[in-house]
Ligand binder design. Sequence first.
Ligand code: DX5
Ligand code: ZN
Length: 219
Amino acid sequence: PAPIRIAPSILSADFAALGQEVRAIEAAGADWVHIDVMDGHFVPNLTIGPAVVKALRPHSTLPFDVHLMISPVDHFLDAFAAAGADIITVHPEAGPHIHRTVQHIKSLGKQAGVSLNPATPAKMLDYLIDDIDLVLIMSVNPGFGGQSFITSQLRKIEAVRKMIDKSGRDIRLEVDGGIDAGTAPLAIAAGADVLVAGTATFKGGPDAYADNIRRLRGA
Ligand code: DX5
Ligand code: ZN
């Protein structure tokens, strides 16, 4: 199995000091930087656009894991790719042709992820699994940090783990929402290999980041 990767969500960082925050999590042992993009339409919150991703790019050598919660999404893919995204993840509900959206991401030379909301079934991936690099299981309804892990998603993680193994392809299985030292072992046992963590990474301020990340990895 792939090593466990920790992807802090900068949604819980200090937005007045984002460059420093991204440097701090890299120094603290993060594997990826998870960037939550929200449009106030697909989800009820507004966050970060391509200009901010571009401004952060010189502050980190880690992969930028860009989670797009925007609809329509297609006309923003080029901008996020140019801004320095390495992985671009989209929701199937964010456009009429998810397969075309995935092809578009791949044509930009980026890794393509598909994210499933809590009520979206694993079956959605049947005709995408041969084309994607990552599956992102939402263990909260997208829009906000600090929500509680929805335990029914563990069954979905198990189902998607089977699909990935059956495909024989190198696909990351990422879980996002309510991950802490208590829920991380459940997600890993179900088959996840990338853990997104906002609250659990950034709580306690910069001095605590290394311990926070170590605790998640140790779980
Ligand atoms: C929610 C976002 C998450 C969020 C996770 O829509 O996709 O990445 O920041 O935050 P925590 O880890 O606090 O649940
Ligand atoms: Zn996210």
